[in-house]
Design a protein around this ligand. Sequence first.
Ligand SMILES: C[C@@](CO)(OP(=O)(O)O)[C@H](O)COP(=O)(O)OP(=O)(O)OC[C@H]1O[C@@H](n2ccc(N)nc2=O)[C@H](O)[C@@H]1O
Ligand SMILES: Nc1ncnc2c1ncn2[C@@H]1O[C@H](COP(=O)(O)OP(=O)(O)O)[C@@H](O)[C@H]1O
Length: 277
Amino acid sequence: MAEAFAPAKVNLSLHVVGQRADGYHLLDSLVVFADIGDRVRVEPRPSGSGLSLTVTGPLAAGVPTGPENLVIKAAKLAGVRDAAITLDKHLPAEAGIGGGSSDAAATLRAIQTALDVPIPKGLEQLGADVPVCAVAQAARMEGTGERVTALPRFTPLSAVLANPRVAVATPPVFKALSAKDNAPMPAELPDFAAPFDLLEWLQNTRNDLQDAACGLHSAIGATLDALSALEGARLVRMSGSGATCFALFANRTAAEEAARVLQQREPNWWVEACTLS
Ligand SMILES: C[C@@](CO)(OP(=O)(O)O)[C@H](O)COP(=O)(O)OP(=O)(O)OC[C@H]1O[C@@H](n2ccc(N)nc2=O)[C@H](O)[C@@H]1O
Ligand SMILES: Nc1ncnc2c1ncn2[C@@H]1O[C@H](COP(=O)(O)OP(=O)(O)O)[C@@H](O)[C@H]1O
């Protein structure tokens, strides 16, 4: 039996820099991972038992339990036929924080430990976000998501994640983009562990999906506004294709206090303080 953590993915920046002939978009994104997430447990089963999936946890409702779950797709890609998998769901789905993709990557890590099966090639077949979730540390993500360069050093950031509990499907957000050939991030990224003003640097980056997503779902604008109004919020932006947005704070205590205030104001939202790295 082995367990693996599936951290929330946050796109600190997400530049859309082109589109391939097959419709997929070319991205340039600074991706980090939170200390909050789902958990995947893999238990070996005798040959012929098949794959089973049980979904538990506070955000299990609505998560598919059949072959369409990325956890099962990941196990199949690794060639595993017999295992009992439990997914303990803490992250909202269709939320721009890669829940399903991170679950898939965590499944492969647990399978590696429990069954001694190597991580398979071609992770991008599972989803554009799966290769970066397999790295599970601060990274630059390029191409359609298949090119991942881990950052050697990254000073952890304190943040609040907020989701207004509106599920956002990714394809319509890409379709609603007005421009698909925006400027990439600078070719050379700074040393993120050196003493420099990361906030100022991030201000010069963007999430190019943010305006399109806000146009489709008014709750995202409301989430950005609510985060911006929190005392100590320094940079506020949407992650992925939404609807989860993040605010960065000077330290964990400030983030936790802000999360407490926001949760009180918006009891139906999903709100979490976390550390990103
Ligand atoms: C937008 C991002 C940014 O990190 O995050 P999320 O909002 O999903 O968290 C990802 O690129 C999403 O990754 P993922 O959710 O794994 O995408 P996939 O399942 O492969 O694709 C879903 C759909 O998104 C669009 N898509 C995705 C990736 C990409 N580079 N170009 C695209 O156009 C396509 O319409 C595709 O059919
Ligand atoms: N393990 C999983 N957890 C959540 N959603 C999943 C999972 N496997 C498949 N899905 C499906 O994937 C879709 C996208 O969910 P998710 O990966 O959480 O969102 P996003 O791509 O916005 O980060 C949902 O429609 C959901 O039904």
